[in-house]
Write a protein that binds this ligand. Structure first.
Ligand SMILES: [Ca+2]
Length: 88
């Protein structure tokens, strides 16, 4: 398996890991997003207000949960932030 496919498979696995914590295994709830960010990217989101704002920005269709499509947008945004950090 190529590195790129491997990385994408990992990101899909990461989605499933957190989306699968509650009864709705297809989407990420606010609690699951909080768990994901705290475990995977410590220090990124501070208080509840920041988490709320971040969740709202991810929830493009405003249905109160983050779908896989919306998660891909998150991954894309994080990758752009990471690139900027690494380019410096
Ligand atoms: Ca949504």
């Amino acid at each position: 398996m190529g590195e790129m496919i491997g990385a994408m498979a990992l990101l899909m696995k990461n989605f499933k890991k957190y989306a699968g914590q509650d009864a709705d295994k297809e989407t990420i709830s606010k609690k699951e997003l909080s768990d994901m960010l705290h475990a995977e990217i410590p220090g990124m989101v501070g208080d509840k207000k920041e988490l709320d704002a971040f969740f709202t920005s991810l929830d493009g269709d405003e249905d109160g949960k983050v779908s896989f499509d919306e998660y891909i947008v998150l991954v894309g945004s994080l990758m752009m932030i990471l690139k900027e950090m690494l380019d410096q």
